[in-house]
Design a protein around this ligand. Structure first.
Ligand code: TYM
Length: 334
């Protein structure tokens, strides 16, 4: 059974919804950070399937996406020996903790979540879960007493809400939760849509040309990058306000190569956008084709099922302990 080394004291946790194949944005915003940090932290990474059902899902596709995302995590470099990879719905204590937290979250504070305002405005017939979802996210985080939550900037407000919920709970009932910090890298902040670089690259985007998915065919990835929206200045220069398209491509290169923004600008001084885009495409394709090759080897492995079963047991025990503590603090029958 997996155990973290005694020298490792700080911990991190993140999750991704299995609502379609993950995007380059998810990879850069969340997974790559976890891979970078996995040697120095106790790492928990999970499939947020209970978050995915806050909007309608096709059950067969959802089921396939869950397993596929586990394999993708590993293919992306999440080492199962260094991380606890698990499926959220396999651990019922997340939902149990979430209910206790719901009863300690002011409605007004929850109503301020911008992602809810955004998503609910697109479909008036939304379900209650879409509104309360940030509390489930707080439960995911607070159950494990983690120090940092590596995410993209779109999740920052939810982690701030988590902090507020935890601080208030501790104040009301006594020390119960560790207060987590959000962890966002500069380049992973927000990868934008390739067609409309004013909006984030999203799994649920209507235009597939703007979104790179990790399992996309390699030729189509090249086409999408070569067709990315730019501007008429023809200078490879980082300026997200004036040049959102080029700045997004620079950001992708920075995140994938480890070069700085000015390294990239210097490399392409006096060169045209076609040359730059070819470089971006080569960089992305090199990274993604290696992931795809690893994914094909893992997806049907029975080891995956064994791993998930073991990790469900480990995470259940941790979250159950927190749930019991919360029950006791709140005066519920124990
Ligand atoms: P989700 O599934 O929408 O996104 C997963 C992660 O990817 C990041 N991300 C991006 N980063 C950079 N650029 C982008 N274009 C981009 N798009 C997405 C997100 O910020 C996120 O880190 N509620 C979460 C899942 C979740 C969770 C948690 C995360 C549930 N419980 C606890 C952390 C901790 C979500 O819907 O992420």
């Amino acid at each position: 059974m997996k155990e973290f080394s005694a020298n490792i004291t700080k911990s991190i946790l993140t999750g991704i919804q299995p609502s379609g194949v993950i995007t380059l944005g998810n990879y850069i915003g969340a997974i790559k950070q976890m891979v970078r940090m996995q040697d120095e932290f106790k790492s928990y990474i999970f499939i947020a399937d209970m978050h995915a059902i806050t909007v309608p899902q096709d059950p067969t596709t959802l089921h396939e996406n869950i397993r596929s995302l586990v394999a993708l995590y590993i293919a992306c470099g999440i080492d199962p020996d260094k991380n606890i990879i698990f499926i959220q719905s396999e651990n019922e204590y997340h939902a149990n903790i979430s209910w206790l937290l719901e009863c300690n979250t002011p409605f007004g504070e929850l109503s301020r979540m911008t992602q809810f305002k955004d998503k609910s405005s697109k479909n008036a017939n939304f379900y209650a879960g879409l509104f309360t979802y940030p509390i489930l996210m707080a439960a995911d985080i607070l159950a494990y007493d983690v120090d940092y939550v590596p995410v993209g900037i779109d999740q920052k407000q939810h982690v701030e809400l988590t902090r507020n919920i935890a601080i208030k709970f501790n104040k009301k009932y006594g020390d119960t939760f560790k207060i987590p910090d959000v962890y966002i890298t500069k380049e992973g902040t927000k990868i934008m849509d390739l067609v409309n670089p004013l909006k984030k690259m999203s799994k649920s985007s209507e235009n597939p040309k703007g979104v790179i998915r990790i399992l996309d065919d390699i030729n189509s990835i090249r086409k999408k990058i070569m067709g990315a929206t730019t501007d008429s200045e023809c200078i490879v220069r980082f300026d997200p306000e004036a040049k959102p398209g080029i700045s997004n491509l620079i950001n992708i290169c920075v995140a994938l190569t480890g070069k700085s923004i000015s390294d990239i600008e210097t490399m392409f001084e006096g060169k045209n956008y076609g040359e730059f885009k070819r470089f971006v495409a080569d960089t992305v394709i090199e990274e993604i084709s290696a992931i795809q090759a690893r994914y094909q080897k893992i997806i049907n492995s029975q080891e995956l099922d064994k791993l998930l079963e073991e990790n469900a047991t480990i995470t259940r025990a941790i979250a159950q302990k927190k749930f019991m503590l919360m029950k006791e603090k709140m005066g519920l029958y124990k």
